[in-house]
Design a protein around this ligand. Structure first.
Ligand SMILES: [Mn+2]
Length: 309
């Protein structure tokens, strides 16, 4: 039984693309496969699974030497559960830049394409093999991944293909894209019950830059005012995380999905200086930097900060 899994912490694309691919392998290719998640689901992903009546995948904490695995939505070993180096990776499907660090003992199938999400690649593979008739709920999951990762096509990572595939999948899932996206983003924006530490780490990645570990946290929301109202709490937590993890910087971007803009929150003069150089904007009297059009960590936040560091 192949294990199909994405990155940790999980988001919608990294949970639902493996579900669809495992279904496809089992039901159309005759290769038994099971999808797993690596960590707690966020509220958006939980909403998507509930909406389409799909079971939450089991949580996997580590791989064993007997495991044969398909990795989806990352190629970065730092984002994989432990044991990735003893398990047998048999396939990798991703839409992120190649970071290096994974190795295998024999040739494997690798599909990395510059689409807005992994689900678009899964759909290309399925269509390419002549299997367009997938169940409604599988089409729905792929659609949700596209809308989530591309912020309904507004992210600069979104491509023409993502838009076309979303139209095809919406027909199959019998879902209206605008109505569904609104519900999806409402679920994404619901932060009830989360601590400020969970909020800062929910969609967060650490990179090595200029000899330092730098954390980039992103919160995509239709209600930025909720987060900005708890700013002093968040800043306290950010400082605690920085000293616990010996970080050289922590940049927290509150992305306003509806305005297609973000507000950057940082806690030190050094980060303020770096951000001002990176984005050519200044911080207002509340210590916030408003960044119109900046919504993508991959294409905007990271390269611009990295350029300065
Ligand atoms: Mn993705």
């Amino acid at each position: 039984m192949l294990k199909v899994i994405g990155h940790t912490p999980p988001d919608t694309d990294t949970v639902c693309s493996p579900i669809v691919y495992a279904w496809y392998l089992s039901n159309r290719r005759g290769t038994p496969a099971q999808a797993f998640r690596s960590g707690d689901l966020n509220k958006e992903t939980q909403f998507v699974l509930d909406y389409f009546g799909v079971e939450v995948p089991d949580n996997l904490e580590s791989f064993s030497a007997d495991d044969e695995v398909v990795i989806i939505d990352t190629n970065n070993p730092d984002e994989l559960i432990t044991g990735y180096d003893v398990a047998t990776i048999v396939e990798l499907i991703d839409h992120h830049k190649l970071t290096g660090g994974l190795s295998t003992s024999s040739p494997i199938r690798i599909t990395i394409r510059p689409t807005g999400c992994s689900a678009s690649i899964i759909w290309e593979i399925i269509k390419g093999e002549g299997n367009q008739d997938i169940p409604m709920e599988m089409a729905g999951l792929l659609l949700a991944c596209i809308l989530s990762d591309t912020l309904k096509f507004s992210s600069p990572t979104s491509t023409e293909k993502d838009r076309d595939y979303a139209d095809e999948l919406a027909l199959l899932a019998e879902v209206d894209i605008d109505e569904f996206a609104e519900k999806l983003f409402d679920a994404k924006s619901n932060l009830d019950g989360f601590t400020s530490e969970e909020i800062v780490k929910m969609d967060s990645k650490v990179y090595e830059m200029g000899g330092d570990k730098i954390r980039f946290s992103v919160m995509e929301t239709t209600k930025p005012q909720i987060l900005l109202a708890m700013e002093s709490d968040l800043k306290e937590t950010m400082n605690a995380i920085k000293s616990e993890d010996s970080l050289g910087g922590l940049y927290f971007f509150v992305v306003d999905i509806l305005e297609n803009a973000s507000t950057l929150i940082v806690t030190s003069d050094k980060e303020r200086e770096v951000a001002e150089k990176a984005f050519g904007e200044s911080f207002d009297e509340n210590g916030r930097m408003y960044l119109p059009g900046v919504v993508s960590r991959k294409k905007q936040m990271i390269p611009m900060i990295e350029g300065v560091l």
